[in-house]
Design a protein around this ligand. Sequence first.
Ligand code: PGA
Length: 259
Amino acid sequence: MTNRKPLISGNWKMHHNHFEAIQMVQKLSYLLSANDYDAVDVSVHPPFTDLRSVQTVLESDGIPVALGAQHCHWEERGAFTGEVSPAMLAKLNVSLVVVGHSERRELFGETDDDVKRKVEAILAAGMTPIMCCGETLEEREAGQARAKVERQVVAGLAGLKAPQVAGLVVAYEPIWAIGTGQTATPEDAQEMCGAIRSVVRSRWGVEAADSIRIQYGGSVKPVNAPDLMRQSDIDGALVGGASLDADEFARIIAYRLVG
Ligand code: PGA
């Protein structure tokens, strides 16, 4: 196993206008220490309208938090009303883009093929995708969780070369755990993240499997983060609700200081 640096990402979804976003990152930087940044990579994923403001604060104050986006189109430009291209995000020094979040798949009809195209476009623009996957409660109860997630990973990363896969982030987010307060047990989350790493190993080889970072997402809170993060195949967290509050998010980032 290589030493994968954990990545803790705050997915703000459709929360915080640009004023609130500025306050949020300033407060977060006040709460985090050099030790935190040494131990953990941190990213925030504000709405598009906040990106420029957050970029300016991070850069002018020298805050080592990575700027992320929640979504993008795969084309570089064109007649796609309402969409934003990977090149536009890269121009704002966005380095990580969430792709295939279950809310995008379920509410906005994103398909595995869309996810694949976006993953390629994000990589081509020099950024890193955080590719989300996860099963519904019905799929879990029917014993299909593993097959569903493996299929999403293979479909979303299809066509990539091993070195590209090695640098990626995959977020395992069981849909029944998102925003519900119902977290997967550390053992269940580990089992699924382990399954994702195995499928990467069988398709792209040992090096890619050892390097790819796999996050868990779904009701991650300060109280459950330490046990989740202790699992051998969990390399970080994609945090929704609890990332909206700087104190709570900082406590998740400091998970290693608990227990
Ligand atoms: P949650 O969201 O932490 O509010 O459950 C996680 C996510 O959707 O990324």
